[in-house]
Write a protein that binds this ligand. Sequence first.
Ligand SMILES: Cc1cc2nc3c(=O)[nH]c(=O)nc-3n(C[C@H](O)[C@H](O)[C@H](O)COP(=O)(O)OP(=O)(O)OC[C@H]3O[C@@H](n4cnc5c(N)ncnc54)[C@H](O)[C@@H]3O)c2cc1C
Length: 325
Amino acid sequence: MFVRDGGTVLTGHTMTELVTDGDRVTGIVAQTADGPVTITARKGVILASGGYEGDQARRTARGVPGSADWTMAPVGTNKGEPVDAAAAVGAATALLDEGWYCPGLAQPDGWGTFTLGFRSGLMVDQTGKRYANENLPYDRFGREMAKAPERIPSWYLFDNSEGGQLPAIAIPQGDAAAHLAAGTWVQADTVEELAEKIGIPAIVETVDRFNGFAESGVDEDFGRGVDEFDTHFVYTDNGKNKALSPLANGPFFAAKFVLSDLGTKGGVVTDAASRALREDGSVIPGLYATSNATASVFGAYYPAPGAPLGSAMVFGSLAVRDLLA
Ligand SMILES: Cc1cc2nc3c(=O)[nH]c(=O)nc-3n(C[C@H](O)[C@H](O)[C@H](O)COP(=O)(O)OP(=O)(O)OC[C@H]3O[C@@H](n4cnc5c(N)ncnc54)[C@H](O)[C@@H]3O)c2cc1C
């Protein structure tokens, strides 16, 4: 999408190259249904094109965990041509293996949807073991998933406390009956039967141990409930530890989880005015970048809600101010 003189918005234009005059960026080349077009910029070019989360080849080459099939990026776009175009005119890039991660609820069509705020239940890997505090902020839990291949996919085990719905915020959850028909969710009357159906006998012992923690109020393995954040999304209180409810009310369910993301966050290195920099720290005149097209100001961290959009807007605004100065 591009904004032209007088505010015209051009859709259907996929930017693939930057045009230069000497060391200054003066425009772009975009692919359209009618072939390539060149658009000249009066003041400069601001890249706000997301990351390369939607392009599996770029993800793989840069070591980004997860999959283009599981990202929450807009479908069919955010493939990263603009970051490559910036690198081609000399822009430095960094944090290329980074993303904003989250557990992704596996969907019948193969997508993995952004999930946060677990209220009860527990996550196990393919050996039936828990591997982290499930109530961690989603990016941190996603990073735990990415640490070992047997964690993708994982299974989320929950009981019928919420009438057969996932006890979490999944965007979207999808229809429970469709999940059960597709096998992305499995249902059983007992935990033993669930173990048999998903082929992981060890979950029986894991659930027993977890229910013991719920009884004592202490998660001896991962400290779930110690940090106040762990209880932020939980409505019920068992009087001992709000973050720990036992799996007690059958039927029991297992929901398949993959590693999803809200986008990659490696890309063009910029200064405090959002100007693109070369490896030697010098400014590339006429070229700016913001949001997921840049090496995030937050590095490998997701410090608080609003970090992706907040940094996108702040650095977009700083770029425009510099352009107009
Ligand atoms: C469900 C969900 C909830 C979220 N909640 C929050 C939240 O609460 N707070 C928060 O801070 N963040 C949140 N995020 C993350 C946030 O939405 C993204 O980090 C942010 O939108 C990224 O902005 P961006 O400009 O980098 O990319 P995008 O918003 O993806 O925009 C990139 C645009 O560039 C276009 N484009 C890509 N390539 C090209 C090309 N070659 N040529 C032309 N155009 C191109 C794309 O079509 C798209 O329109 C959420 C994300 C999701 C999916």
